[in-house]
Design a protein around this ligand. Structure first.
Ligand SMILES: Cc1cc2nc3c(=O)[nH]c(=O)nc-3n(C[C@H](O)[C@H](O)[C@H](O)COP(=O)(O)O)c2cc1C
Length: 197
């Protein structure tokens, strides 16, 4: 597929066909991830593949429910760094995006998932060594339906315009929402995400 087409066609997919993704295809996706740039060239990304029971466990502990139905799921891990710019997150994110772009190129779809249980719980449940930060879960499979386009919120010119922070009702509500367990239903309603794809 042409590079621009891959970029344009990349959309998050949360509904998958049952067909498994064969190992050779997965390997191509992982190889693309492994080509990503990384701070100080650490290349510290590691993958913890989840089997069926582990996917269900992760959902039971509070992860996004579609993870259980994805043919392939893995946690992306990266050794903790002491850098103030979160090197490990940025490096792992570069790896993850490479993986998704390759996945699109191969006809797969997937979702970058941070709706996960608290990392301490997840670490214990899946026996993840303490020196790895859990960055995200990557799920992949063949799309169950054609994803719909997702509009851009800004034009390229607007990307240079910096907004001043404003104390709005929404900002205040978001603050309350983030401070679980105080989460009244009307605030829950405002911030519960609803996706079309
Ligand atoms: C860091 C990050 C975390 C995300 N976490 C979730 C998630 O937990 N659950 C989910 O359904 N989608 C998640 N997404 C996917 C976004 O919701 C999605 O990218 C966004 O809605 C725009 O849609 P698009 O990817 O089709 O352009 C995440 C994406 C990123 C980059």
């Amino acid at each position: 597929m042409e590079f621009d087409e891959v970029i344009r066609k990349r959309r998050t997919v949360r509904v998958f066909r049952d067909d498994p993704v064969d190992e050779a295809t997965l390997r191509l996706v992982l190889e693309a991830g492994n080509q990503a740039p990384s701070a100080c060239n650490v290349q510290g990304w590691r993958f913890r593949r989840l089997d069926g029971a582990e996917k269900e466990k992760l959902v039971r502990l509070g992860g996004a429910d579609f993870i259980a139905k994805a043919p392939f799921a893995c946690l992306v891990l990266y050794p903790f760094s002491s850098d103030t710019y979160d090197d490990e997150v940025q490096s792992a994110a570069a790896c993850i995006e490479n993986m998704f772009l390759k996945a699109i190129d191969l006809g797969l779809g997937g979702c970058w998932v941070c709706h996960l249980p608290a990392s301490r719980r997840l670490r214990c449940a899946l026996d993840i060594p303490w020196h790895y930060r859990i960055i995200a879960c990557v799920v992949l499979g063949y799309p169950g339906k054609e994803p719909r386009p997702v509009a851009r919120k800004s034009t390229v010119d607007q990307l240079f315009e910096l907004e001043q922070p404003r104390l709005t009702f929404r900002a205040l509500a978001k603050y309350l929402y983030m401070r679980q367990p105080f989460r009244p239903a009307f605030i829950e309603n405002i911030f519960t995400k609803r996706f079309e794809n």
